[in-house]
Design a protein around this ligand. Structure first.
Ligand code: 5RP
Length: 220
């Protein structure tokens, strides 16, 4: 089975979490795109859709769905999104697609966060995937220096502007042994909008697709 097939399997496994009246937050990325393709099967049960990016909003609208702002929708029942890395504690690295800020807002606004990944995303220690960090443009150099202090190698993502008008720094060579601590530490650096560690609000359920099917893990 190739990686795309695994992404599709994980995405389709998330449909079972959608029930009548679901207020749904929709993530961003290629795995979520498989979810959007499958959503017409359960559309009658979804009361409101909120998108985590302009790209997802466009895709939902192209599929014929209306998309609400989070401020109109209120609390979400469910947020479904992919990830770049997941560990055993359900901590994630996200932001490979640059949508991390809105993704973190929707994950935090949702009662349940279901994360859909193929097995290549599973790691022992986060940080093999370069950590995406959204920064306001004038703070780029200052923020980059803060990551050098913890032995990271910050690289500005070229020709990329987030949906919020900001830049992304991808920090290579981090060994994130304590994700909640690192998330909290860098949340406090002025100029950082969002750090792509999702540990203070981890996933609640992981759906990990491999050759033998989808492995479901529930956080204790
Ligand atoms: C976008 C994200 C995505 O969830 C992450 O990059 C995984 O993407 P894909 O499903 O394409 O592998 O965080 O900002």
């Amino acid at each position: 089975m190739d990686q795309n097939e695994k992404k599709r399997l994980a995405a389709e496994a998330a449909l079972e979490f959608i029930g009548p009246g679901t207020r749904l937050g929709v993530g961003t990325g290629s795995t979520v795109n498989f979810l959007i393709d499958a959503l017409p099967r359960v559309a009658k049960d979804i009361e409101v859709f909120v998108a985590s990016s302009v790209a997802t909003e466009r895709r939902l609208r192209a599929a014929g769905f209306e998309v609400a702002e989070l401020s109109e929708a209120g609390e979400l029942d469910l947020y479904i999104d992919g990830a770049d890395e997941v560990n055993k504690q359900f901590h994630l690295i996200k932001g490979g697609g640059g949508a991390l800020t809105r993704e973190k807002v929707l994950a935090s606004a949702a009662r349940r966060f279901v994360c859909i990944v193929d097995e290549s995303k599973r790691v022992g220690v986060l940080g093999g995937f370069p950590l995406p960090v959204e920064v306001i443009p004038m703070a780029q150099a200052y923020v980059a220096r803060q990551f050098v202090k913890v032995r990271g190698q910050p690289i500005l993502r070229k020709d990329f502007v987030t949906d919020n008008g900001n830049a992304i720094i991808d920090v290579h060579d981090l060994n994130i042994t304590n994700p909640p601590e690192m998330e909290q530490r860098f949340n406090q650096v002025p100029g950082i909008v969002t750090v792509g560690i999702f540990a203070q609000r981890p996933a609640d359920i992981l759906l990990i697709a491999g050759d033998s099917g989808v492995d479901r893990r529930d956080r204790g």
